[in-house]
Design a binder for this molecule. Sequence first.
Ligand SMILES: CC(=O)SCCNC(=O)CCNC(=O)[C@H](O)C(C)(C)COP(=O)(O)OP(=O)(O)OC[C@H]1O[C@@H](n2cnc3c(N)ncnc32)[C@H](O)[C@@H]1OP(=O)(O)O
Ligand SMILES: N[C@@H](CCO)C(=O)O
Length: 396
Amino acid sequence: MVEAIPNMKAIHSRLFIPQFTLESGTTLYNVPVAYSTYGSLNAKRDNVIVICHGFSAGTQVMHWWNGMIGTHRALNPSKYFIICLNALGSPFGSASPLTAINEQPSLGPYGPAFPLATIRDDVRIHKQVLDRMDIDQIQCVIGGSMGGMAALEWAYLGAQKVRSFVSIAASARLGAWAISWNEVQRHCIASDPAYNNGHYDSHAPPIAGLMGARMAGLLTYRSRNSYEARFGRELAAYPTPRSSPCSTPESSAGSTDSEVLSEEMFDETPPFLTQTYIRYNAGKFCATFDANCYIALTHKLDTHDITRGRVGSTSRTPLADALGQLMQPGLVVGISSDILYPPQEQKDIAAGLRYGEYRVIVSDDGHDGFLLHTEELNSILMEFLDGVRDQSTILG
Ligand SMILES: CC(=O)SCCNC(=O)CCNC(=O)[C@H](O)C(C)(C)COP(=O)(O)OP(=O)(O)OC[C@H]1O[C@@H](n2cnc3c(N)ncnc32)[C@H](O)[C@@H]1OP(=O)(O)O
Ligand SMILES: N[C@@H](CCO)C(=O)O
């Protein structure tokens, strides 16, 4: 349920950047960038907060961070001009495998030929959108997961342009563990014959592969304990098993449901709640996501490394050297049970920053805690934003 905010409505737009050269060297033309805004710019055009979205979200912050945005919330549209811009490669409006090559319909969509776009590319092209709005200073850039990685990249634009940042449940550079999970997910998609090396009919996409990828992803977003507590070995109430030699009232007397399930039924019916959960949610995801976009975004994540090009190749402490270059206050938040980007990674980021603060949300919800614990996150953010504002008032 999306909260109705008085005197405030989201504005959704798309702007076209005439020419943009990616880090890879490929130049895109007439590049769409989708974004949503909440609130209004003040006279000095400096009350700006940039929100960076995660892997599968779009720019409509109210849809996935509802608890964070509102009149008495950290993201207060009566105070701030809040903007969320869609990452390149995502299926929600910016240039991606789904959009026409250089916006020329006659050329058809990029499909698997969409070039590698990094998080740094996102920041550079999103900055161009802000430049066109005559915005030169951002109060804070805030993001979780992939968005938290983008927040770190935004900070490298400098403390005059980006006054502070908040990076939640994110890495400074993707490690072998997270890259491998991305590879597992790409493999699921590529193994689906319908994928056809990315040249599939949009009416017959590789659903099975995409579902497999999302199922694997879903597990990395939670923790063992959260699944155990939520589902345990509970059976789904539906669908009812067709028939079974073991399921007559007589034969099942004195047995639990799970004891009377035959192997055959196990294959044909999803008896455990956890199975229906991951199947349902992966299926729901497939209704709005695209397989080539999924692959493009996982490659984007793999390239993420804040040290790239910022630290000499002989550095023995590349992470600390790169983080030490950031001069603005940075809040880094971890979720205690995050197995994808474990809290030690956020602790290390905060430790490397000159003006870093580390906070942890203690929860069994895993990586998805950044979407689920909005009350706690909201308080942490409010405190940080107030502190930064007080500092700016004192320091000018
Ligand atoms: C374009 C846009 O920007 S839209 C935003 C899309 N992206 C996002 O929201 C970000 C990603 N979101 C997510 O990963 C998840 O939604 C989270 C982490 C925020 C919440 O996940 P959960 O805690 O599992 O949410 P919830 O308890 O509502 O369950 C999710 C769904 O599974 C269903 N479900 C729960 N248990 C079961 C089960 N055992 N079997 C089948 N279905 C189940 C729920 O009914 C719910 O269905 P619904 O989405 O149709 O209402
Ligand atoms: N559940 C989140 C986790 C990744 O940030 C998503 O799907 O976007």
